[in-house]
Write a protein that binds this ligand. Structure first.
Ligand code: KIV
Length: 262
């Protein structure tokens, strides 16, 4: 059955976990959808894992449009979510709408925007005009130069409170999903309890409504060990089996554990 926003919201109400995975081409889209991945994220992480850049900043609208078209052709019943690349949403709501509309025309069913309360007006503008938005809070890789590195967010009481408030503001503005990257598990749990829309975590612990990983990371293709990761290729006879193992582990609540959390 086709995964829609209503499916995802029902899953939260019924405490069924959502499995999201990044995806950049049609073949993997077919494999991921067949393995039961609910949401295929065309992440701007493609800048790192496909294009070989050291950050997501050089990723262009054209890159995102090309990969969104590829994924949409193979997505089957999975929901297609496309990242708005750096510079495409840090503009006026009108211009952001134009960029998001191009991604929707390429096959996206929702767009993901990095940013907190400062993006609320843009989120409202888009959702009121037919474009569902996933708000990406916590660590926002497009702001790596402001942070001075990829650092855990929401560690102090003040910043944790701000994160919860941000999630609530973005929900009120119309965000359909809230994705949290690299935040302490206890804070992600509080955010998840504070809003009605589903939360998706990466490095945010087990107490969120769903999980996302970068495909190349969970297949063990990227050197270096990150605490929040598991290499699902270990013990799997094929890529298909590794992705199935990921979906099963997320849905059963077996991944992530507190051992993967901050
Ligand atoms: O671009 C991406 O892959 C992402 C995930 C890390 C959530 O935004």
């Amino acid at each position: 059955m086709k995964i829609t926003l209503s499916t995802l919201h029902k899953m939260k109400q019924e405490s069924r976990k959502i499995a999201m995975l990044t995806c950049y081409d049609a073949t993997f889209a077919t494999v991921e959808a067949a393995a039961g991945v609910d949401i295929l994220l065309i992440g701007d992480s493609l800048g790192n894992v496909i294009e070989g850049y050291s950050s997501t900043l050089p990723v262009s609208m054209d890159d995102m449009l090309y990969h969104t078209r590829c994924v949409a052709r193979g997505a089957g019943s999975a929901l297609v979510l496309a990242d708005m690349p750096f510079g495409s949403s840090q503009v006026s709501p009108e211009k952001t709408f134009e960029n998001a509309a191009r991604l929707m025309a390429a096959g996206a069913e929702m767009v993901k925007i990095e940013g907190g309360e400062e993006m609320a007006q843009t989120v409202r503008f888009l959702t009121q005009r037919g474009i569902p938005v996933c708000a990406h809070i916590g660590l926002q890789p497009q702001s790596v130069n402001v942070y001075g590195g990829y650092k855990i967010q929401g560690k102090t009481e003040d910043s944790a409170r701000r994160l919860i408030q941000e999630a609530q503001t973005l929900e009120q503005a119309g965000a359909s999903l809230v994705l949290m990257e690299l935040v302490p598990a206890a804070v992600a749990k509080q955010v998840t309890a504070a809003i009605q829309v589903p939360t998706i975590g990466i490095g945010a612990g087990p107490d969120v409504d769903g999980q996302v990983l970068v495909l190349h990371d969970m297949l063990g293709l990227v050197p270096g060990k990150k605490r929040f990761l598991r290499n699902f290729m270990e013990g799997s006879p094929s890529i298909q089996a590794a992705i199935e193992a990921y979906v099963l582990a997320v849905k059963s609540g077996e991944f992530p554990t507190m051992e993967h959390a901050y």
